[in-house]
Design a protein around this ligand. Structure first.
Ligand code: WTA
Length: 661
């Protein structure tokens, strides 16, 4: 592990910086008095009897049939709320539409060009029912998988909820992924239907979703029909394939707005979401019905301190887990008004986020450190132009936040008054697991603080022994939690191997961490070959595979290089085939090639040609040393190399090239 660990050096740098961080921030008396959680007793209560704790919250959900048992745990296999039946959409939409919340805004949507749409719970119920019936008319039934490849439009949330209503698991594919990535995910899930749009708006440009989808569909035997949302209209210039493609609007126009919810078992599949792992293709993370709904709604309510009239905004894209859990399912289960923004933070100018907050009176903002660092660079004049006094609470997610960014966020967005919740979790965990409770926890900038009530986390060494306060190690979770993933779709062995085998019976997160003397956790980045680029998970393996797929490339090694804004940027060391000229033009071509194979998020920032790569005697490329080179550090331990001279030559060559650029 040490040899392949692209994350190892991040850890060391961050550990050193964090040891100097001693500031603490307490919630104000005013915040504390109104907070949803005001007593530490919640921790002891949950820890003493977690099943009773989670079971207590289960009463907040509408059940079609009550469950018999909160948890059945035969590590690593979990069943939560055994024997129960319920429907996620009935809980997220129907029950609110049948209550005083009928005319309350469920989704406030802001389009990038400036158009907007508000759906009340009553309206959302009708739209979801129409589309659920449309899906049924296409032959979609319980258990059939539906792939969704859309931008951030209301139809995305409507489609997910319609799938959940009829018991058809969805698999949402981020709109920034390429045709090939989409095809791979459709085929792994064996999806029957694809829902896409003619295009999407991003920074004023058109993202050609339908064009990509058409390309993907050349190799997807299971897809029977394609539903097309018209978002960009004539500008897209797309055509519909006769007999295959149908317009969303035509379908819903004919559909009834009544649809009764499919009774789902607690453990029935709710959705599959693909994420990058250490090796191999992206894996389909499986989330099920009851535990996921309960875990996301309880954490959303307590961590974001949700009140009835709050406007809550999570800026993630629904193509990632953060959007699934904290734009759609968690907030809507709680009857919260959730804001969805279609586009980029700098369109038409760099004040767009702050303008949206002022326009809708947003109370809670949940965003990513990479965005905060970008705002820092743009300067305080942008937020200063807007009235942000509606904000009561701020959150971050996706990557470690550096104390400078935390303080900037606190002062310039939170006016020094809003607590910040730095929330640690993963696609696999489904819900937030390490986080402050905003009315309770003294926060330290850069620390995600403590495990949520009922959750147990530990920092362990290679052998699985707790390392004790102050030392760095691997973050593991030692108890099951309701929203945990249940398996990898179609590959249960990988579920066991990758997550539960290294430390028997404990969940291995792939993250490095340190616990301090107060019991606070400091996340130190990935310890495996997963990069975190602007909060997006990409594996070195995927980018390497895309590079060697190019005819000119013999071998490639990819690393995440520290980057002041994105956290990590992708750097690739490439050996070209004999007879090929390593030109600047080829560099550009390779970058483009990766972007077209995976998606623009995986485009390497830097490509460096070298005739050889540092390898161990067993022929394993030592990425750790490549990171040392790319980040301009002294080389680490080279004793296991087959030929230590290679890496010294490479370092020299890298520095020379840097000088001439
Ligand atoms: C990282 C996103 C530090 C971590 C919800 C994890 C974080 C990976 C934090 C999961 C945080 C997420 N502090 N690191 N608050 N939140 N991470 O699956 O490395 O896209 O393993 O889920 O992001 O990324 P994923």
């Amino acid at each position: 592990m040490a040899d392949s660990a692209s994350g190892q050096t991040v850890q060391k740098d961050r550990l050193e910086a964090l040891l100097l961080e001693e500031r603490k921030f307490s919630p104000s008396g005013e915040f504390r008095r109104q907070a949803n959680v005001a007593s530490q007793a919640i921790y002891t209560r949950a820890d003493r009897d977690p099943e009773k704790f989670w079971g207590g919250y289960a009463r907040r959900l509408d059940w079609i049939k009550p469950y018999k048992k909160v948890l059945e745990w035969k590590a690593p296999w979990a069943k939560w709320f055994v024997g129960g039946k319920l429907n996620v959409t009935a809980n997220c939409v129907d029950r609110h539409a049948a209550s005083d919340r009928r005319n309350k805004a469920a989704i406030i949507w802001e389009g990038e060009p400036g158009d907007s749409r508000v759906l009340t719970f009553g309206m959302l119920e009708r739209e979801v029912n129409r589309f659920a019936n449309a899906l049924k008319s296409l032959g979609v039934g319980k258990g059939d998988r539906v792939a969704i490849y859309l931008g951030m439009v209301p139809e995305l949330a409507i489609a997910m909820l319609a799938c959940a209503k009829i018991g058809s698991p969805h698999s949402v594919v981020f709109g920034g992924f390429s045709a090939e990535s989409l095809r791979e995910r459709i085929n792994d899930a064996k999806a029957k239907i694809l829902i896409t749009a003619d295009g999407a708006w991003r920074r004023g440009n058109l993202v050609p979703l339908k064009k990509n989808a058409d390309e993907a569909l050349e190799g997807t035997p299971t897809i029977e029909k394609v539903v097309v949302v018209e978002r960009v209209g004539k500008t897209a210039g797309t055509t519909l394939a006769a007999g295959r493609d149908l317009l969303w609007n035509d379908l819903v126009a004919k559909a009834s707005d009544k649809c009764s919810p499919e009774p789902m078992d607690s453990e029935d599949l709710l959705y599959i979401l693909y994420t990058s792992g250490t090796t191999g293709k992206p894996k389909g993370v499986v989330h099920t019905t009851a535990g996921y709904l309960l875990g996301t709604s309880v954490t959303h309510h307590l961590i974001f301190d949700i009140k009835e009239n709050d406007v809550y905004w999570c800026t993630a894209d629904i193509g990632w887990v953060t959007g699934h859990s904290y734009i759609v399912y968690g907030p809507l289960a709680n009857g919260t008004t959730t804001l969805m923004y279609e586009g980029s933070p700098d369109f038409p100018d760099r004040g767009r986020f702050w303008e949206i907050i002022e326009k809708y009176g947003v109370n809670i903002l949940y965003t990513a450190p990479t965005a905060i660092r970008t705002f820092m660079r743009w300067g305080t004049e942008w937020p200063a132009k807007h009235d942000l006094s509606s904000l009561r609470l701020l959150g971050t997610v996706g990557e470690p936040i550096n104390p400078e960014a935390w303080i900037w966020y606190h002062e310039n967005i939170g006016r020094g008054q809003c607590p910040i919740v730095d929330t640690w979790w993963q696609t696999e965990t489904g819900m937030i697991l390490i986080t402050p409770l905003p009315g309770l926890t003294k926060t330290k900038p850069g620390s995600a603080t403590m495990p949520f009530p009922g959750i147990r986390a530990e920092v362990v060494d290679e052998k699985g022994k707790s390392v004790g306060p102050g030392a760095g190690g691997y973050l593991v979770l030692t108890r099951p939690w309701p929203a945990m993933f249940r398996t990898i779709y179609g590959d249960p062995d990988r579920y066991v191997q990758q997550y539960w085998t290294r430390y028997k019976g404990k969940y291995f997160t792939g993250d490095g961490a340190k616990m301090d003397k107060d019991g606070y956790f400091w996340l130190l980045g990935r310890v495996d070959d997963v990069m975190n680029v602007a909060g997006h998970r990409i594996s070195t393996y995927e980018v390497e595979s895309a590079l060697v797929d190019h005819a000119a490339v013999a071998e490639a090694a990819v690393i995440g290089k520290s980057d002041a804004i994105k956290g990590q940027a992708i750097a690739a060391f490439v050996t070209v085939k004999e007879g090929t000229q390593p030109t600047d033009q080829l560099k550009e071509e390779l970058k483009k090639h990766v972007a077209s194979k995976i998606g623009a998020i995986a485009r390497p920032e830097e490509i460096f040609f070298s005739s050889e790569l540092p390898k161990t005697r067993s022929a394993k490329i030592m990425r750790r040393l490549l990171r040392d080179i790319a980040e301009g550090r002294l080389l680490g331990d080279t004793t296991t190399l087959a030929d230590p001279a290679v890496v010294n030559r490479l370092k020299h060559q890298y520095e020379e090239e840097g000088k001439s650029e």
